[in-house]
Design a protein around this ligand. Structure first.
Ligand code: ATP
Length: 239
């Protein structure tokens, strides 16, 4: 029996003025999975994620999350429904401490004890952050800032964590660490929708992969079956 998807997107289209950046995209994310969206620059991956979290208006389409139509819902309400978005370029509040950044991620909840408990749990996932709690976020390394951005996303206790190129600009060792963390996050029960430039590595850790090109989904398969050679040849150019 097929599993009911946590996220189901149908006919998603997004335009910037006259440019249709995303064109009739269908995708489904089953609970407990890591699903990745790969494709060359300008394929429309970031635009798709932003539309899913309500940061861009849809030209057409429907978004169903946990059985509920959230197509017209404001971004902050999507957060309270269980969708967290870790945007591209790891935006952290540079002048605020690590702890303050994390507390902001919990804005949909008020309970201070609960928030402290969540911060404590997240430092088990990210020990480095635990050592830097009172340091200004702007003084962290790029990789540490990325961890903070992910941890802040998790502070809203999402069912679905949307991550946009979390390894961008990081050193190889840090890339491995971040991708390992994605696996940990799934283990802890959070579903992940990932956009990743390191397509081959992303495919290895994903349960399902969608390949995007010029605003459309051109291929999809399970992470195990996806033909990486074909992907490299047709969509990535180099890897
Ligand atoms: P990248 O990996 O480079 O971020 P992407 O697959 O995420 O690529 P998008 O950033 O979603 O692609 O861009 C899709 C298309 O929409 C591109 O042609 C891009 O030039 C265009 N686009 C993106 N943002 C805007 C904008 N604010 N205004 C106009 N066009 C835009």
């Amino acid at each position: 029996r097929p599993v009911e998807p946590l996220l189901k997107v149908s006919g998603l289209s997004v335009s910037y003025g006259r440019i249709r950046a995303v064109d009739a995209v269908d995708l489904a994310v089953e609970p407990g999975r890591i699903v990745s969206l790969v494709g060359s620059n300008g394929a429309g991956k970031t635009t798709t994620l932003m539309a899913l979290s309500g940061l861009l208006p849809l030209a057409a389409g429907r978004i169903v999350f946990a059985g509920e139509d959230i197509t017209g819902l404001a971004p902050e309400l999507r957060v309270s429904h269980g969708i967290a978005h870790v945007p591209e370029r790891r935006r952290v509040f540079a002048g605020m401490s690590v702890r303050e950044n994390l507390a902001l991620g919990a804005y949909s909840r008020g309970d201070a004890t609960e928030i402290a408990g969540d911060i404590e749990r997240l430092t088990q996932l990210f020990p480095i952050l635990g050592k830097r709690m009172h340091q200004a976020a702007g003084t962290l390394s790029g990789g540490e800032q990325q961890m903070l951005a992910i941890a802040r996303g998790l502070m809203s206790r999402p069912q679905l964590l949307i991550m946009d190129e979390p390894t961008m600009g990081l050193a190889p060792q840090m890339i491995d660490l971040i991708l390992d963390t994605v696996l940990e996050i799934r283990k802890l029960g959070t579903t992940v929708l990932l956009v990743e430039q390191n397509a081959i590595e992303a495919m290895r850790l994903s349960d399902h992969v969608y390949i995007m090109r010029l605003g459309r989904i051109v291929h999809e398969d399970s992470g195990a079956n996806i033909d990486t050679e074909r992907v490299k040849a047709f969509y990535m150019g180099v890897d």
